[in-house]
Design a binder for this molecule. Structure first.
Ligand SMILES: NC(=O)c1ccc[n+]([C@@H]2O[C@H](COP(=O)([O-])OP(=O)(O)OC[C@H]3O[C@@H](n4cnc5c(N)ncnc54)[C@H](O)[C@@H]3O)[C@@H](O)[C@H]2O)c1
Length: 174
């Protein structure tokens, strides 16, 4: 893996599953990581395992815009900056047919799988620009399809591409 020494990453949904594996890989590559999740006990265990100089944990519901903004700021406050954002948090959303799905289920799924990716990137990019580099991932791993009613994965791919383009026009996207 690329040497990430000196880089600071935020991984949402970092307390378990793929995100927690990501925390491990990023730390092995030399990064400092802020893991964000709803599972505070597992987050605390990550900090105990890797050490507070390598991993910080922040409680954050990615559907909460103020919490997302505070999360990105916490990376700066804790480790001095932000270089990498992995919009990993998610679940399958509310899976139903168009006919059966209610508005609450639709809104929950869109907030979790789409709005959070836009907003996380929106709040992270200014900090990334301040560091001079940019990496963001909110791609196919993140975007659990909500079968039968949504095009969420494709929309997330588009928004992610747009984010990369926005920052690439400013500076390095390597
Ligand atoms: N595992 C798969 O086969 C698969 C397939 C397609 C997409 N995905 C997506 O990849 C991502 C990781 O998958 P996984 O298998 O590790 O899932 P997982 O359920 O094991 O882990 C997801 C993590 O996200 C956290 N999370 C859920 N909702 C959150 C919220 N609102 N705010 C903050 N954290 C929240 C959970 O607490 C958990 O730690 C998810 O977004 C998932 O939807 C997974």
């Amino acid at each position: 893996m690329t040497d990430l020494t000196g880089k600071v990453a935020v991984i949402t949904g970092g307390a378990s599953g793929i995100g927690a594996s990501g925390v491990e890989v990023f730390v092995e590559a030399g990064a400092q990581v802020v893991a964000a999740d709803l599972q505070d006990d597992k987050g605390a265990a990550l900090v105990a395992r890797f050490g507070a100089d390598k991993v910080a944990y922040q409680h954050c519901d990615v559907t909460d815009m103020k919490a997302l903004e505070a999360l990105m700021q916490s990376a700066v406050d804790t480790f001095g900056g932000l270089d990498v954002l992995w919009n990993n948090a998610g679940s399958g959303g509310t899976s139903s047919s168009v006919e059966e799905l209610d508005i609450e289920g639709y809104s929950f799924t869109m907030d979790l799988l789409l709005k959070s990716v836009f907003a996380g990137t929106h709040f992270a990019v200014p900090h990334m620009k301040a560091r001079g580099a940019y990496v963001e991932h909110g791609g196919e791993w993140h975007t659990a399809p909500a079968p039968r009613f949504s095009r969420t994965p494709g929309t997330v791919r588009s928004s992610t591409d747009d984010g990369e383009q926005v920052v690439a026009t400013w500076g390095s996207a390597s």
